[in-house]
Design a protein around this ligand. Structure first.
Ligand SMILES: Cc1ncc(COP(=O)(O)O)c(C=O)c1O
Length: 430
């Protein structure tokens, strides 16, 4: 039987010539992935020799472009000294330095850094921190979170449970997930009053409020004003719940400031970081807590310790890459580059407003979004971008650009022209 199963498996794999199971992909019908030989600057070089300008910086990570020599050299040095060592009972300079630098960069007393290896896990850690914060202070039963429609916080079950439950990609898993309070962002007086009312009724069971500040990314590239974040801070304080900002997408310059929270002048109690943390070279994430959160765990009771510890926590290669990435933010004019990209996106995507089937065009920092009435076949649209020599991945009903900050003017112009052309030819627009 084993032989037969093996043969069948080989037959199926042979049909698409790969044993890989791919992300978010219907393996039967989606176009085969493009084989990449190497990356360079803002370009993805395919095995067949074609070059694509990357419009989305590898899921928003490659903020300095690819293969930056400074990051590469730092990782090579670290590889020779020590690629990894477990973090239980041991520590190392790359992690100590990175934690100190992150604490210094982040606003207020966001000073205590817990490393993990992916954004989803950083969110899980933030949620566990918030729940145990209550438990350590004697408040049992605070296990629920307030989160928002349009949100996306990751693919692990804890994080999935605070994503948009209806329109999000996790809707079909409802039965698996704990139930939280998912509501509209408080965008006006009535919204703030509704949130206040919800918190008044449920504060005894709520550990925290979780939000992606200024830009909800994978939930639809939806933007909101800084005033929303100030309202959340006030509401969290009024009702004694923690405020968690998920800056996994927005952190490290993407919205125009180093962290989105700076634009609102709001200090959350916990912040999550990942994606551009290592300049897109190695997986690393951080959950950073303010002093009062950390102090709730500071005790003679071993049971008050934060009960989390990923095997690859604070991986030394990743920490070295992140330190090098922070050097680049210090030495090179990244935020000025973001401002220039922002201005170019506003001008370059404006013609999309006139195209049929376009519902909205919006820009925030180095994020440019064209929202359509609908996209009937996202795969077709993606293939059209490839034919234009660019790598752009529409999803839901949005076509967006979130390029590396180092992108050249002419490369960005190619990306924007491709968006105007492909959106103009979108069959759903007719
Ligand atoms: C805001 C936000 N939070 C969490 C995540 C999950 O990160 P990861 O894919 O590294 O688990 C993402 C990923 O897109 C994200 O955009």
């Amino acid at each position: 039987m084993a032989g037969k199963d093996d043969n069948e498996a080989r037959g199926r794999a042979g049909a698409n010539q790969s044993h890989l199971w791919r992300p978010y992909a219907q393996m039967k019908t989606s176009s085969p992935p493009l084989a990449v030989a190497r990356t360079e600057g803002c370009r993805i070089v395919l095995e067949d020799g074609r070059e694509l300008i990357d419009g989305i910086a590898s899921w928003w990570t490659a903020c300095h472009g690819y293969n930056h020599p400074h990051i590469r050299a730092a990782v090579e040095r670290q590889l020779a000294a020590m690629p990894h060592v477990m973090f239980g009972g041991l520590t190392h300079q790359p992690a100590e330095t990175l934690a100190r630098r992150l604490a210094a960069m982040l606003p207020g007393d966001l000073d205590h850094v817990f490393f993990s290896d992916s954004g989803s896990v950083a969110v899980e850690v933030a949620m566990k921190m918030a729940v145990q914060f209550g438990l350590n202070r004697g408040a049992t039963g605070r296990t629920k979170f307030v989160a928002f429609r349009g949100a996306y916080h990751g693919d692990t079950t804890g994080a999935m449970a605070v994503c948009d439950p209806d329109d999000g990609m996790h809707a079909r898993f409802a039965g698996l997930l704990p139930q939280h309070l998912i509501v509209d962002l408080p965008r006006d007086v009535a919204g703030v009053a509704a949130l206040d009312d919800l918190l008044a009724r449920h504060a005894h069971e709520i550990a925290g409020i979780v939000v992606e500040p200024l830009a909800q990314g994978a939930g639809g590239m939806l933007f909101h004003d800084a005033s929303v974040l100030r309202a959340l801070r006030d509401a969290a304080d009024r009702h004694g719940v923690l405020l968690i900002f998920d800056e996994i997408f927005t952190g490290f310059g993407r919205t125009g400031s180093m962290f989105a929270c700076e634009q609102a002048e709001v200090v959350p109690d916990i912040i999550t970081l990942s994606k551009a943390l290592t300049g897109g070279t190695l997986p690393l994430a951080a959950t950073v807590a303010r002093r009062h959160v950390f102090e709730a765990f500071w005790s003679d009771d071993p049971g008050h310790a934060l009960m989390h510890g990923p095997t690859f926590m604070a991986n030394a290669l990743a920490c070295a890459a992140a330190n090098a990435s922070l050097d680049l933010f210090e030495r090179e004019p990244r935020l000025l580059q973001v401002a220039a990209i922002s201005a170019a996106l506003k001008a370059g995507l404006a013609p999309c407003r006139e195209l049929p089937g376009v519902r909205d065009v919006r820009v925030l920092g180095a994020i440019g979004v064209v929202e359509l009435q609908r996209i009937d076949n996202v795969d077709t649209l993606r293939q059209r971008f490839i034919a234009e020599g660019v790598f752009v991945r529409p999803f839901g009903n949005v076509v967006y650009l979130a390029p590396p900050f180092t992108i050249a003017e002419d490369e960005l112009a190619v990306l924007m022209c491709a968006v105007v052309k492909v959106v103009g030819a979108n069959p759903a627009s007719s």
